[in-house]
Ligand binder design. Structure first.
Ligand code: ADP
Length: 737
């Protein structure tokens, strides 16, 4: 307001004015200055409409200052929008993240306030009984009055009673019913004391350490490192409870990989806190998103359980973050704005000085290194809760035990030792999980006549055969087509051959080898929604199925008490990727998948089929010697000065115009600043060099830890004018390259 203006700033020739810096929701590189009209009270975090070029766009106020007017006339804010303001700490974090990810502020904020684009829900009106008696009681009126015991809207009530709305209106006119406003959405209030668990001694020790650290206060990153089933969840839920009870305004965020956000997890939280936690994931409706956004901004929502983007909700007073399965690759967003939610969560806790708990049975190399160096508090849980045992792990050398072929000459995929073990397990009336992280029947379809590999149109990734639906599907672009009878390239009839196995093909082999066993697939194709995956999990728990052939959809979180054998069909699969984290991801995924075997009182066994049993990943899995794997992996990364011993970034350029893309990328290569401790590789074709008709090239940037990577990138990318037909995105800490 004008009274805040510092008089020393005033220039007597020019009037003073109030200027708002606004992050406009448009791809402009900076926050923009706008004049605040007289009489408009604006604060940081307010939503406004501002003029931009010839349009009006939405924006968020990043700062308001009194400034001396200049001869250059600023455009004025058009209007203030009546939406809950973004709390300051959240806004400042978002603006910091725009700089970190090298994203224009408006583009970044667009993701953070996207929920507000849905119009506010109208306050619901309900019809209630006043207690007055109607002059005449018809059968229709009677039905209305029976239904009106719960508050329903006009439409709902007329449907429930099976009468026309005029019957209800008539009752209103007579004063028998009244229209009332129903209160806005109320979120469940978690009760920290609702059901406290009896912790076992190692859990209690971990909890005590967390209590002490939290009592000291301030930024405190913790790696909660414990084998699967050791009870990490119970431990971090106690910290959640403590945070909620010591400050009635504190908010807590539990981040989970999207795939782990199941009914089972929600039910577990409800059992602990007596109220439904507020979820945040991709399946919410737009109006649910808006309500939750508002509830988080007002502080009414105390406990959020969400996937990575929940980090960017507008918390009023965030005081604890838990990142469960912190090593999980799905915390890295690889499309649109690219960010690593776990890493940014640590920054959030650091900025606002609170505790963050990173939980995993197989921590990321980054977090483990931080724990080893003492940057993170390191809490270890080394035993499974109760009497549960770790599984016995064996390697099957596929060079020694090739699975052979069927009588028809089709390849088989299960080796004799694995088949024998499946037989024994079924004979004991126990269950089997066969793990292969590949959806569909075959990852590649190839023409035997001409050698053509089937790909999606204008895309260089292979089409995956899905026999259940008779279609060829591109998992990257979503393209799909009916499997043709003839090769589209050479026209040969019935020449298309399925190469390699997917889960459907393994199921086919399982059914022919074990016709008496009940077998089914557990993948995102067979469990497209929560209801179907809950139903499948229940079938496994009730032992209505004997053999599960599963992708990573089943690798996480479920406790199947009677499942005692895990067979890894192709343990080498993930190692072939060739990127920085291939070995780490393979180790984590297989450690987790083998951890599914044996819970409670039954010992489990895991068999890994591999062509390279001597590989350090396989040896470490077999010996259950995690430290050996991490030591090997750390050494490899340290030699290459790759993360966490260096920093990485990628620049991905794409265009429909291949010639222009090549020209632009060469031009960019010529302007790479010569900086000590920073190397730029490329331009090279991106791993997927053609997607939906867009050609893709990229640079990879490696910098020493102490270099300002973002500063280097910004300075470099500023040097060349980018033609509009080229799209350029930067990826700090890329995961797939
Ligand atoms: P993690 O998160 O480490 O994999 P969980 O917290 O899911 O382990 O615990 C594994 C199983 O042990 C769960 O079924 C859980 O309910 C049970 N459990 C863990 N701690 C306790 C405890 N103190 N008392 C009773 N059951 C527990």
């Amino acid at each position: 307001s004008p009274s805040d203006i510092n008089p020393t700033l005033l220039d007597f020739d020019l009037p003073s004015q109030v200027v708002a810096k606004v992050a406009v929701l448009a791809p402009v590189a900076e926050v923009l200055d706008y004049a605040v009209p007289d009489g408009m009270a604006l604060e940081v975090g307010d939503h406004v409409m501002v003029p931009l070029a010839h349009h009006k766009v939405r924006g968020v106020v990043a700062s308001v200052e009194a400034a001396q007017a200049t001869h250059f006339k600023l455009k004025a804010v058009v209007a203030k929008i009546d939406d809950p303001p973004v709390p300051r700490a959240s806004l400042e974090f978002w603006l910091w993240a725009t700089g970190w990810t090298l994203t224009p502020p408006g583009v970044f904020l667009n993701g953070c306030i996207g929920a507000l684009k849905t119009p506010k829900a109208q306050a619901k009106q309900a019809y209630v009984l006043t207690g007055a008696q109607p002059a005449k009681l018809t059968r229709a009126r009677e039905r209305v009055m029976e239904q009106a015991v719960v508050s329903l809207s006009l439409t709902e009530l007329s449907q429930a009673a099976g009468v026309s709305p005029s019957v209800i209106k008539g009752l209103e006119t007579e004063g028998v019913m009244a229209r009332v406003e129903v209160a806005a959405e109320v979120f469940g209030v978690p009760d920290p004391q609702f059901k406290t668990p009896a912790l076992n001694p190692s859990q209690a020790a971990a909890d005590e350490l967390l209590r002490q650290k939290q009592a000291v206060g301030g930024f405190c990153p913790v790696l909660l490192d414990g084998v699967t089933g050791s009870g990490k969840t119970e431990v971090y839920l106690e910290s959640v409870a403590r945070t909620l009870s010591r400050d009635p305004k504190a908010q807590v965020l539990i981040l989970l990989p999207e795939i782990a956000l199941t009914q089972a997890v929600m039910a577990r939280l409800k059992a602990r806190f007596g109220a439904d936690p507020v979820p945040w994931h991709s399946a919410l409706t737009p109006s649910q998103r808006r309500k939750i956004w508002e509830g988080v901004a007002s502080g009414e929502v105390r406990l959020v359980v969400g996937a990575r983007s929940a980090l960017f909700l507008p918390y009023l007073k965030l005081d604890l973050i838990v990142v469960d399965e912190e090593h999980d690759g799905s915390y890295k967003q690889e499309e649109g704005v690219r960010y690593q939610a776990r890493d940014l969560a640590v920054v959030r806790a650091h900025r606002d000085k609170f505790m963050i708990i990173l939980a995993s049975a197989t921590p990321s190399l980054e977090s483990l290194s931080n724990a080893q160096k003492g940057r993170y508090e390191w809490i270890r849980l080394t035993e499974r809760h109760g009497t549960a045992q770790l599984p016995d792990i064996h390697l099957i050398d596929m060079k020694v035990h090739p699975p052979g072929k069927t009588e028809m000459g089709d390849p088989l995929w299960l080796s004799a030792p694995l088949v024998a073990e499946i037989e024994h397990t079924l004979a004991r009336k126990e269950q089997v999980l066969l793990f292969l992280n590949r959806r569909g029947y075959a990852p590649l379809v190839l023409c035997r006549a001409c050698g053509e590999r089937m790909t999606a149109p204008n895309t260089d990734s292979w089409l995956v055969e899905h026999r259940a639906t008779g279609r060829l599907v591109c998992h990257l672009t979503g393209f799909s087509m009916k499997k043709p009878d003839r090769c589209p390239h050479c026209g040969a009839l019935d020449s298309l051959a399925a190469i390699g196995p997917g889960v459907e093909r393994i199921l086919e082999e399982v059914r022919s080898r074990f016709p008496a066993a009940r077998a089914e697939i557990f993948s995102s194709d067979t469990t497209p929604d929560a209801a179907s995956s809950e139903a499948l999990i229940k079938r496994v728990q009730d032992h209505d199925t004997d053999i599960l052939v599963a992708t990573q959809a089943a690798a996480k979180g479920h406790n199947f008490l009677n499942l005692t054998l895990v067979g890894i069909v192709d343990a080498d699969l993930g190692l072939k990727g060739g990127d920085l984290r291939a070995a780490e991801r393979t180790f984590q995924l297989l450690a987790q998948a083998t951890g599914r075997a044996g819970r409670a009182h039954k010992a489990g066994k895991a068999l890994l089929q591999t062509y390279s049993p001597e590989h350090p990943v396989m040896q470490a899995l077999k010996a259950q010697d995690r430290e050996a794997f991490y030591a090997y992996e750390q050494m490899t990364r340290e030699l290459a000065k790759f993360p966490p011993f260096g920093r990485l970034a990628a620049v991905i350029m794409s265009s429909k115009d291949q010639a222009e893309l090549n020209r632009f990328s060469r031009e960019l290569a010529l302007t790479i600043p010569n900086t000590d401790g920073v190397e730029v590789y490329g331009p090279a074709d991106a791993p997927l060099s053609l997607v939906r008709g867009q050609w893709r090239k990229r640079f990879l940037v490696r910098a020493d830890r102490n270099r300002d990577l973002q500063g280097f990138m910004a300075a470099w990318l500023r040097t060349v004018k980018k033609p509009n037909i080229i799209r350029l995105v930067t990826d700090i800490d890329p995961y797939s390259f």
